[in-house]
Design a protein around this ligand. Structure first.
Ligand code: NAD
Length: 492
C-alpha cells in the first residue's frame, strides 16, 4: 500500500505562521511568538504567532461580525455552504502531499499513516458535511384546529474549538465540517504543539472563498488563549477535544460565564476483548495496531487487551514477537512503523508510568525504555502480570504500551472492561455471535468494534460514555450539537 502514496516532501516549506483572523494573516497584538518543534529531532521548525486574550477578542469579534443578520454568510443559501466545503476538500486533494508532509513533520507522525488515515479521514469528513448543508431540517407538528406549529434548525452562532496535537488535521476537520455546514462561524485554537497544518488550512479556507470572519485560526497556549476562548461571553459554544482534566475545566468555564454549549471528546482506556475462538493471527495483528498506531497517542486506542485464558500464553508470545518487529525511526521513512512521542515531557511521563507499573508488580515483556539519541522515542512495550487496580491499568498512558490481561468468561470480562471512569471505545474478537452481542450490548463505550478496530466513516457517530466526554461528533448526531431548535407556533 505504501507505493500508493506520493513520496514525502523533505523539509516542506513553511508558508503560514501568523494568526488567521477575518481572512488575513496577522501578527499577535503584542507581537509574541512561540516555537514549534519536530518531535523526531527535538529541533525547532519555526516560530508561530501566539494568540492571547486580546487576539481571542479580535477573532471572536470577526466571527460575530460574519454572523450578523444580513451578512454574506447569513444570507448564503445552505447548499452554497456545501459547495464551499467541497471546494476546500478539493484543495486538500490538490495539496495532499504537502499537507501530509507538514502534518508528519510538526506532529512526528509516521508519513504513511498520515497519508492513509489522517488526510483521507479529514477530506472524507468535509465532503460528508458538505452534503448535510441543505439536508438537516425541522418538522411540522400535528396541529389542533386553528394552530400551525413547526421547528426550525438554526445555527448556534460563534463556536469556539480547542483541539489536541495527536491528530491535528482530523480534529480540525471534525470541528470545521459540521460547524460551518450548519451555518455557524468558528474560532479554532489548534494545540500549541501542532499549529502548522491548521494555519495552512486557513489559507485554503480563504482560497475556497469562505467570507471573512467565518473561520478564524488562532494558535496559542491553553491558559492564555484556550481559557479566554472558553470563558468568552460572546462565544455561544465550545467544542473541545483533549484531556479529561481540561475538559472538566472547560465545563466549569461555561458554567461560570454564559452557559455556552459544551461538547467534549476526552480520554479513554479502551478494552479490547479476545475470545479463544477468534482467528489468533488476525486478533494479534489488530490488537497490536489498536495500541501502537500513532505511537500510542490515540484517544480510542485499545490499551487494555483482555485475552481468554485458553489462548493467553500463545497470544502474549505472538504479541511480543509482533511488537519487536516494527522499525522505529524517522517518520518520513516509508519503512518506519513507530514514530516519536510528541514531546520529551510525554516521553518522560510514559517512562514514569512504566517504572511505577514495575514497582506495583507488572512485567515488561519487551521494550520498556526510551530510544537513545535525538527525538522523543519510546520502545514499543508489552506489559503482563497486571491487576486491574494498578495505576497503569486505570490511567491513560498515551504511549506505545500494550497491556495484556487474562480472563475466564463473559460476565467477568464485561465487569472488568467497564471498571474504568472512561467509556470511549471497545472491541471484541470472536466468531460467536452470542459473545459478540453480549459484549457489544454490555460494554459502556461510545463505539464498539467487532472483529475490527479504528474502522471509522464520517457517518459513524463518535464520542464517550462516562468521563470520556459529552455529546457526539460525526454522523447525523453531531448536527444537533451545532444547531438550536426553534419552535414556531402560529394561530391561523
Ligand atoms: P490537553 O487537554 O492538555 O490539551 C488539549 C487542548 O486544550 C490544547 O489545544 C490546549 O492548548 C488546550 N488547553 C489546555 N488547557 C486549557 C485550558 N485551561 N482552557 C482551555 N484550553 C486549554 O490534552 P493534550 O495533552 O493536548 O492531548 C492528550 C489528551 O487528549 C489525551 O488524554 C487524549 O486521550 C485526549 N484526546 C481525546 C480525543 C477524543 O476524541 N476523545 C482525541 C485526541 C486526544
Amino acid at each position: 500500500t505504501m507505493a500508493a502514496f506520493p513520496p514525502p516532501i523533505k523539509n516542506p516549506e513553511i508558508k503560514y505562521t501568523k494568526l488567521f483572523i477575518n481572512n488575513e494573516f496577522v501578527d499577535a497584538k503584542d507581537g509574541s511568538t512561540f516555537p514549534t518543534e519536530n518531535p523526531a529531532t527535538g529541533e525547532e521548525i519555526c516560530q508561530v504567532s501566539e494568540a492571547k486574550a486580546a487576539d481571542v477578542d479580535a477573532a471572536v469579534a470577526a466571527a460575530r461580525k460574519a454572523f450578523q443578520p444580513g451578512s454574506e454568510w447569513r444570507k448564503m443559501e445552505p447548499k452554497k455552504r456545501g459547495v464551499l466545503l467541497n471546494k476546500l476538500a478539493d484543495l486538500m486533494e490538490r495539496d495532499y502531499q504537502y499537507l501530509a508532509s507538514l502534518e508528519s513533520l510538526d506532529g512526528g507522525k509516521v508519513y504513511t499513516q498520515t497519508c492513509g488515515l489522517d488526510i483521507r479521514i479529514s477530506i472524507d469528513g468535509l465532503r460528508y458535511f458538505a452534503g448535510w448543508a441543505d439536508k438537516d431540517h425541522g418538522k411540522t407538528m400535528p396541529m389542533e384546529n386553528g394552530y400551525f406549529a413547526y421547528t426550525r434548525h438554526e445555527p448556534i452562532g460563534v463556536c469556539g474549538a480547542i483541539i489536541p496535537w495527536n491528530v491535528p488535521l482530523v480534529m480540525f476537520c471534525w470541528k470545521l465540517g459540521p460547524c460551518v455546514s450548519m451555518g455557524n462561524v468558528l474560532v479554532l485554537k489548534p494545540a500549541e504543539l501542532t499549529p502548522l497544518t491548521a494555519l495552512y488550512m486557513a489559507s485554503l479556507i480563504k482560497e475556497a472563498g469562505f467570507p471573512p470572519g467565518v473561520v478564524n485560526v488562532i494558535p496559542g497556549f491553553g491558559k492564555t488563549a484556550g481559557s479566554p476562548l472558553s470563558r468568552h461571553m460572546d462565544v455561544d459554544k465550545i467544542a473541545f477535544t483533549g484531556s479529561t482534566l481540561v475538559g472538566r475545566q472547560i465545563q466549569k468555564d461555561s458554567a461560570e460565564t454564559n452557559l455556552k454549549r459544551v461538547t467534549l471528546e476526552l480520554g479513554g482506556k479502551s478494552p479490547n476483548i479476545v475470545f479463544a475462538d477468534a482467528d489468533m493471527d488476525y486478533a494479534v495483528k489488530m490488537a497490536h495496531d489498536s495500541v501502537f498506531m500513532n505511537a500510542g497517542q490515540i484517544c480510542c486506542a485499545g490499551t487494555r487487551t483482555f485475552v481468554h485464558e485458553d489462548i493467553y500464553d500463545e497470544f502474549v508470545k505472538r504479541s511480543v514477537e509482533r511488537a519487536k518487529q516494527g522499525r522505529i525511526g524517522e517518520p518520513s521513512d516509508l519503512e518506519v512503523e513507530h514514530g516519536p512521542q510528541i514531546t520529551k515531557l510525554q516521553k518522560d511521563k510514559i517512562l514514569k508510568y512504566l517504572e511505577g507499573g514495575v514497582k506495583q508488580g507488572c512485567k515488561i515483556e519487551c521494550g520498556g525504555g526510551e530510544v537513545k539519541g535525538k527525538g522523543h522515542f519510546v520502545q514499543p512495550t508489552v506489559l503482563t502480570n497486571l491487576t486491574d487496580d494498578m495505576t497503569v491499568s486505570k490511567e491513560e498512558i498515551f504511549g506505545p504500551v500494550q497491556q495484556i490481561y487474562k480472563f475466564k468468561d463473559v460476565s467477568e470480562v464485561l465487569k472488568r472492561a467497564n471498571n474504568t471512569k472512561y467509556g470511549l471505545a471497545a472491541a471484541v474478537f470472536t466468531n460467536d455471535i452470542n459473545k459478540a452481542m453480549a459484549i457489544s450490548n454490555g460494554v459502556e463505550a461510545g463505539t464498539v468494534w467487532v472483529n475490527c478496530y479504528f474502522k471509522m466513516e464520517p457517518s459513524y457517530p463518535f464520542g464517550g460514555y462516562k468521563e470520556s466526554g459529552i455529546g457526539r461528533e460525526q454522523g447525523e448526531y453531531v448536527l444537533h450539537e451545532y444547531t438550536e431548535v426553534k419552535t414556531v407556533v402560529m394561530k391561523i
